[in-house]
Design a protein around this ligand. Sequence first.
Ligand code: BGC
Length: 753
Amino acid sequence: MRAILTPKRLLLLAGAACLFSAPAWADAPELKPWLNRKLSAEARADALVRAMTTEEKMQIVRTWFPPKAEGMPGAPTDLIPSAGQMVGVPRLGIPTLRESDAGLGVANQVEQRKGDTATALPASLATAASFDREVAYEGGAMIGAEARAKRFNVLLAGGVNLTRDPWGGRDFEYLGEDPLLAGILSGEQIRGVQSNHIVSTIKHFVLNSQETGRIVVDARLDWTAMHESDLLAFKLGIEGGRPGAVMCAYNIVNSDWACENRTLLTDILRGLWGYKGWVMSDWGAVHSTAKAANAGLDQDSGAELDKGDFFRDRLTAAVAAGDVPKARFDDMVRNVLTGIIETGLYDDPMPTTNQPFDIAAHARVAQKVAEEGTVLLRNAGGMLPLAATAKRIVIIGGHADIGVLSGGGSSQVRSIGGIPLEIPLASGPASGFARTTWHNSSPMRAVQALNPRAQVSYVSESDIGAAVAAAKSADLVLVFATQWRTEAQDITNLALPGDQDALIDAVATANRHTVVIIESGGPVLMPWLNKVPAVLAAWYPGQRGGEAIANILFGKVNPSGRLPITFPATDRQAPRPEPVGLVNVANDDAASNAGSPGGETRSFIAKYPEGADVGYRWYGKKGLRPLFPFGFGLSYTQYSYANLKLAGGKTLTASFDVTNVGARAGADVPQLYVTPPSGGAVARLSGFQRIQLRPGETRHVTLTAEPRTLAKWDESAKGWHVLAGQYRAWIGHDSRDTALNGSASLAEQRFAP
Ligand code: BGC
């Protein structure tokens, strides 16, 4: 039974405490229930809220943006250049929150912190292409460990916006176009980050599907379709990762800004999903005080980027006037504190100085992601793997003599090993915070290391004549094609920029032993494909990308990546012919990036008529044949599938045998696709598993369909509905492959979100 603490008893206790230097009762749970680890995170947070002053609470609901806040009245004096800082309450053990972007590593855009380097993972598309839960976790755990060592305790990671358009500027930061794959892997990344007792976000909630006019675009999608697609990815990520925070997006969703959208933040996130952590805004995504606070926004991030100081004086006034009920204000604080406690951050204080970390082990994680995530798209005549017999190897383009390309924007990591090349942008919404940056992982050096006796030379892509001449006299030509993408801008078409298509065509004509390696943030078109025997999609391969690519080319690693995103045959196959609103935002950088000059652009609408049929499902529905389908990727061995057994009932289960019928060990990713019986439904990924197989080995695999991929969202009942009937299912090597197929019957069911 708990002791009842009357004021008299408290006085007695306090008096007694004066007699001893370390009062025995100081940490007594009765007095400080927030220290009682047996209580739930919410109960502890609630106790803290009750102990806080209004001023202390006000500190919690906004974060400072160090680049702008430095020297401002009231700003903390211990700002670390980064994305954000929340002032803690030391007397209650509430830590200062130091926030860093961290989707691909601890970011350090435009080298805000001089000399501060971190391990750079490949693009998240590579993680997605691995279809590997473990590698997603390892990547997150690695980033989280470095963040803690650098004293960052809130990571702006967990990007899981579905790729609805193949030219999205940030597609490289996300996990592709399928909600099941993206949701599961983002959950693993977040779980990995938070295994370090720090907070990860999941972002950007929701429908931040394009960069063009991202601050003003009104993304329109009916709620049913949203639950079956973009929201499902977030839900799975939240279930798997239990992120401390959700970052709401810049854009408008069905007529209300995402960060003041009650349907999203309160009805769905808290109500239907029961989310307990906090909702933080994207940087400069807040547009109101009472509306945002009452809709469910808990914390205004980088508040100096907003057009007004919505969550400081105005919030104080709104609470005093009752426009934001006091109980809601307390909720906001409680939600932040719940996230801090639940992730373990509250109980595991940060180091007070920067700590060392295991650079070599972390580099191995980066290389592993690159090796698992690189996709072999074409290998005519078994050209790859290459024998180390070529005497003259010519490497062309992409600055492959010095490094590998990375994607731009807030995720930019200043990688360990140094930056061999960095090109500032002359103009545009990203010019203030992005530079085209290469990591110091030279494919040329790595190729030379595997071929010590070969003469390896480099020719730039800028002189097609010189490249062709060099190709003619070579035994082997490796062309590195690049397509740069950045946050705050979409690319306007999928062609490789500049003269790269002409270059590849000319080089492949001059020498049939040509391999093309693509470093890109998403799909590219390949008009030269039939002329080139071997093509690798390496995405942005991270700080060990050169080594990973060389290992795959020369067979030290058997490629196993599968496309997490469809490669269209032409731009016109995509649901929209180009980014929506390009003309609207011309000459107005502020429409695509908060804090940029401009700001006159009126909102415009982006419609998503494809609904939940995102990516490969759109192609399936329209009967379009893409260049390479979702799920596709070759190997140096082959896998065959046999003996499919489907079981129905509550959900659908497929069991079958996978055999490595080739001569090399490798990893396969059998995929389960299911089509529900309702009219017009197209098949979708319902299960997958990455498995490692020795030559000749057979493995019996069982895949259980994620029930929500079989169900329809019922908006009036606010839940899932599985229709009774026959469900067609197949096991394939990719989304168009029907290696094994059958059907199973499911009973009708309804279940909560
Ligand atoms: C991006 C977020 C990022 C934030 C802080 C915003 O512009 O959209 O993804 O976390 O900046 O850098």
